[in-house]
Design a protein around this ligand. Structure first.
Ligand code: PMP
Length: 289
């Protein structure tokens, strides 16, 4: 940190702390059991992209795990904006975390008190710029996405081990993202991004019931592509569909839209980011900047 730089402030349950002093209890069930929910968002030009939709998903995730968020939705929206302002961040990344709160050892959430609300605002570059220009290579992980009947991927919970195990497989193959299949062997999503294909000019992506997180960037891209006149279909996809696609790209709040040019060592299309991917990237850029 240079002399002029001030430490980042982190919001925890109503107060701002210097990054170094932003701490919660080691008895918090968020740490002990991954018991909690979160959101990752971006702000562009001082405005959080689709904040309302993120809060809606956060409340839905919390409801699914019987977690009561101890602050109203408008108050949390204000806290997010205030934390960004306190850190002078107009274009950045926001991590919103609600933990079950500290309690006794043992799973019982009734033996915890005070869910903690954490807001971290920072800058993020998920993938190097080169990948946005030339595309990413990914591999299929053997770790399948959580079975929706066991733990719905629609819940954005603090337990990300399923995704982390797949991510490690990707990294071990020299890829920074990995494709995950669902319990039926269909394409679900990547470890931290949703997936799209382009085939014969149509834009395709797995439906929610493929067992995926309903990405907010995914929603925005579907909407944007339809408005631009592309045919968009949410449909079950197999690895075969991926291999024979003309184009492939991933979406996420942190990643935005990133082209994929190789999957399981097979070139997608001609091995370069395709025209529809590029068009959608440009449109997304205009939408957000
Ligand atoms: N899938 C998973 C598993 C994710 O963790 C994320 C978010 N990082 C996404 C998809 C993309 O969702 P969003 O566009 O809402 O960030």
């Amino acid at each position: 940190m240079s002399a002029k730089e001030v430490p980042l402030k982190v919001y925890i349950s109503g107060k701002l702390y210097d990054k170094e002093d932003a701490k919660i209890s080691v008895y918090d069930h968020g740490l002990l059991y991954g018991d909690g929910v979160f959101e990752g968002m971006r702000s562009y030009g001082g405005k959080v992209f689709r904040l309302e939709q993120h809060l809606e998903r956060l409340w839905a995730s919390a409801k699914a795990i019987w977690l009561e968020i101890p602050i109203s939705r408008p108050a949390l929206a204000k806290a997010v904006n205030d934390t960004l302002a306190a850190n002078n961040i107009t274009d950045g990344y926001i991590r919103l975390v609600i933990t079950r709160g500290s309690g006794s050892l043992g799973l019982d959430p009734n033996r915890t008190s005070h869910p903690q609300v954490i807001i971290i605002t920072d800058h993020i570059a998920l993938y190097p710029e080169d990948f946005y220009q030339n595309g990413l290579e990914i591999v299929t992980a053997s770790t399948m996405r959580n079975h929706p009947a066991a733990l719905s991927p629609r819940i954005k919970s603090l337990n990300y081990l399923n995704n982390i195990l797949a991510k490690i497989e990707g990294l071990q193959s020299g890829c920074i993202e990995a494709l995950m299949l669902n319990h039926k062997g269909e394409v679900a999503e990547c470890t931290g991004d949703n997936i799209f294909l382009v085939r014969n000019q149509a834009v395709l992506t797995p439906p929610t019931d493929a067992g995926i997180l309903e990405g907010i960037t995914r929603d925005a891209v579907i909407e944007m592509a339809r408005k631009a006149g592309y045919q968009v279909r949410e449909t079950a996809l197999t690895r075969h569909d991926v291999y024979i696609a003309d184009e492939c790209f991933l979406t996420g709040s942190a990643a935005e839209i990133i082209p994929v040019v190789k999957v399981d060592r097979r070139k997608i299309g001609n091995g370069a980011p395709g025209p529809i991917t590029r068009d959608l990237m440009e449109r997304f850029h205009r939408l957000t900047r």
